[in-house]
Design a protein around this ligand. Structure first.
Ligand code: ATP
Length: 653
């Protein structure tokens, strides 16, 4: 078919798909709940509202982006299924098994395809297409290249049209399989994790609708950056949170010194807290009398001991154990009454379990515990719970003068994780069916445990890069993190093709890599952009930064500097006439040009990046060199490094 005829035919299909989508929307909105009761109607209403939101989510995006041809038939592949009035498919959802060859077929393994077609769009109009015959090597797809290189600004977008085979393998891995993706900067870890969430929700909708999917990110700025991706894929019901959100049971108002924070993140604290919770359980020394429907029944001490012992050994939470202990006593009284010929009712037995006598017994032998109060008590006097687990010096490091009350305690972020650990011992934390955890290399073992508690029996997608590890818990391999996440057998899969950063910039940043993590394979960039890297030695900073920014007419600009220098730089840049804001971690929408504290830049990307004074970024923290590596790998189009001081030696080629 001549090219024009192909375009005409494809545009007609696009119009058909758009019309069908509109019709699906109208039909869903008009569905009546004939013949159902109010409860079912409410449920149907909620499901319909979600379906409508999901149908509306991708408005504006073309209904399809690709097409696969086999000898017998052709399918258009898009963000969601589109059917015509007769129910026949017009577009196949990218997650359906039938779409898989679109992502996986190659000349070496065509997977039954005779042709793969990709479409190019401009302003929503289908303007071009490109065919791969899959019978020979057509070389790299130009449309794919253009899509990957398209300058971006604002929030992260989906990559459904261009998911690559190695990424697709991870996206479509079975639900039961936990995966750890070790990927260099810009290899698509975050994108892959989010698309995996969307894939799992599509493939295991019913199961996951019950249990839910959670995405854990490093900070609010990051969550803000990724928040549009899943809705654009039609998935509106995914929870997104930081570890601080998950563990926000107490207000965080203080900061620990580094060495204390490191200790509080250590997995041994779990043992300390476990002991502190359970040490309140005491061996009964005497029999007890409990009331049941007007009479008192004596329960002998041996039986009381057995109830306590059995519950201690049972695989239940501390809180459930306390509740069951009361019930055990009431049941005992009930049996005694039955043996004497009585027939107590369930209500009477329950009343017995709530009686003052039973409560007093439980308070003495299985006391109620308040999570925050217990952590405050352990920190005020760590010795008893920590003896034999922490050294004497470590116990002293933890010790903190007690506050006047638990409520006035100045909690730190690490304390909040400890309180959450205790809360998890007291009561089972409800778990998700799947959890995606990004930037996982930075999590402390105790933070990992907080994430694991939200997992129940589900599986994990762990995303991270050891070379970008900047926290004090950073490790040289994934073993410890995966163990603390409760999935020690998780397979680590590498991603090594870098989609974000041009080759010139990536090679420059990669000079640090052998020092950061010896032996870690460097990423290779999918594209090169001559001139994308500039190193400039300057005598003052604000003027040259303003000059660089003035040259970037379009797209986002991130000016990254050491945290301590942010305010001064913002003031100086404003004095140069630049409209600029500091990026703050409150999840608000960032300005086009932002000054970014180096500790907030992880996971983000900008069209143009200016890294200001690398030496200061390195000097600001123990793992400053890793931080610099993160900062140097955020640019999509260009990186300018401005420095007054010497560049770190490793960067000087
Ligand atoms: N297959 C692809 N097609 C098009 N763009 C892609 C593809 N894979 C990744 N990208 C783009 O590359 C950029 C980097 O992706 P992403 O942020 O997921 O990488 P990352 O590995 O999480 O990076 P980092 O570790 O540096 O945070 C994003 O803009 C993403 O949309």
């Amino acid at each position: 078919m001549p090219e024009d005829a192909v375009l005409t035919a494809e545009r007609a299909h696009l119009d058909l798909a758009a019309a069908c989508l509109q019709q699906m929307h109208t039909a869903t909105a008009a569905t009546a709940d004939a013949g159902v009761d109010a409860w079912a109607s409410e449920r149907l209403g909620a499901a319909r509202a979600e379906r409508l939101r999901s149908l509306a989510a991708d408005r504006g995006a073309p209904p399809f982006f690709g097409r696969t041809d086999t000898p017998d038939e052709a399918f258009h592949v898009g963000r969601r299924h589109v059917r015509d009035a007769a129910g026949d498919p017009v577009v196949i959802d990218w997650r359906a098994p039938m779409s898989r060859p679109f992502y996986q077929a190659s000349a070496a393994d065509p997977q039954g395809l005779t042709r793969r077609r990709r479409f190019g769009f401009a302003d929503g109009r289908l303007t071009s297409y490109e065919d791969e015959s899959l019978t020979g090597d057509d070389g790299e797809s130009q449309l794919l290249r253009e899509e990957i290189e398209r300058p971006r600004s604002g929030p992260m977008r989906d990559i459904v049209a261009t998911i690559q085979p190695d990424q697709d393998d991870i996206v479509r891995a079975p639900l039961a399989e936990s995966i750890c993706v070790q990927g260099a900067p810009g290899t698509g870890k975050t994108a892959v994790g989010l698309h995996r969430a969307a894939y799992l929700l599509y493939t295991h909708g019913e199961q996951l609708a019950r249990t839910g999917v959670l995405v854990v990110g490093p900070n609010r700025a990051f969550l803000r950056y990724i928040e549009q991706v899943l809705p654009a894929l039609g998935e509106v019901e995914v929870d997104q949170a930081t570890v601080a959100d998950l563990t926000g049971r107490v207000p965080v108002r203080a900061q620990d010194p580094d060495d204390v924070a490191v200790l509080k993140g250590d997995a041994r604290l779990a043992e300390v807290l476990h002991r502190a919770v359970w040490r309140g359980v005491a061996k009964p020394q005497d029999s007890v009398q409990v009331p049941l429907s007007g009479r008192r029944y004596r329960i002998p001490v041996e039986r009381l001991r057995r109830y306590v012992d059995d519950l201690r050994r049972a695989d239940i939470s501390y809180g459930a154990g306390r509740e069951r202990l009361g019930l055990s006593l009431a049941e005992d009284a009930r049996r005694q009454k039955e043996e004497a010929g009585g027939s107590p009712t369930d209500a009477e037995t329950r009343r017995c379990a709530r009686s003052a006598e039973v409560r007093a017994f439980c308070d003495e032998h299985w006391p109620a515990v308040d999570a925050a109060g217990l952590v405050a008590a352990v920190l005020a006097d760590p010795t008893r719970a920590a003896r034999g687990v922490l050294t004497d010096e470590e116990q002293e490091l933890l010790r903190r003068a007690p506050a006047r009350s638990v409520r006035s305690t100045r909690w730190t972020a690490a304390d909040a994780v400890l309180v959450d650990e205790v809360a998890g011992l007291l009561e089972r934390t409800p778990g998700y069916g799947h959890v995606v955890v990004d930037e996982a290399q930075d999590l402390s073992p105790m933070q990992c445990r907080a994430v694991a508690r939200r997992l129940a029996a589900g599986s994990l997608t762990v995303l991270g890069d050891l070379a970008q590890a900047t926290s004090p818990w950073s490790v040289a391999d994934w073993t410890q993190t995966l163990a603390a996440l409760g999935r020690p057998d998780t397979v680590v899969r590498p991603l090594t093709r870098g989609y974000r950063v041009p080759a010139e910039v990536l090679e420059f940043a990669n000079r640090l890599l052998p020092t950061l993590v010896p032996g870690l394979a460097p990423a290779t960039a999918v594209r090169s952009e001559p001139g994308s890297l500039q190193l400039r030695s300057v005598s003052s900073l604000a003027g040259p930064v303003a000059e660089v920014v003035a040259q970037v007419a379009q797209g986002s600009v991130g000016i990254v500097c050491a945290d301590a220098g942010v305010d001064e730089l913002v003031t100086a840049l404003r004095a140069e006439g630049l409209q600029v804001e500091a990026l703050v971690d409150d999840g608000s929408e960032p300005a086009r040009v932002v000054v970014v504290p180096a500790t907030l830049v992880k996971g983000l990307e900008f069209d143009a990046v200016v890294v200001v004074e690398p030496a200061a970024i390195v000097a600001a923290e123990p793992r400053g060199l890793h931080r610099l590596y993160v900062a140097l790998t955020r640019a999509v189009s260009s990186l300018v490094v401005l420095h007054r001081e010497d560049l770190p030696e490793l960067l000087v080629g």
